[in-house]
Design a protein. Structure first.
Length: 97
């Protein structure tokens, strides 16, 4: 009878440990995913920076229609896909002056 009581007590002690282990695994996976999301976020921001440079270059070459189209695409990517606020291009600011 005492052995049965000890088994029950031991099983109660092991249950939280197994729960912690599962929780630790979930936390580790969440951390991995957050790291991966951060890498993709940085990569997308770098790509937009390169696109900004290209748009500025094309605008400087006098192909303002093409630069404007690319700028609209950039704005869509930034606001709808990245969920970021729109930023005016340097060329847009110069046109407005």
């Amino acid at each position: 009878m005492e052995e049965d009581a000890e088994l029950v007590d031991n099983s109660r002690q092991k249950a939280p440990d197994s729960h912690r282990s599962a929780q630790d695994q979930r936390n580790a996976r969440i951390s991995e995913l957050e790291t991966e999301v951060e890498l993709y976020r940085r990569a997308s921001e770098d790509a937009l920076s390169q696109l900004d440079w290209c748009i500025g270059y094309i605008h400087g070459c006098g192909k303002k229609g093409l630069a404007k189209s690319l700028s609209k695409n950039r704005g869509y990517i930034r606001t709808h896909l990245m969920k970021r606020a729109e930023q005016p291009m340097p060329s847009q600011e110069a046109d407005e002056s």
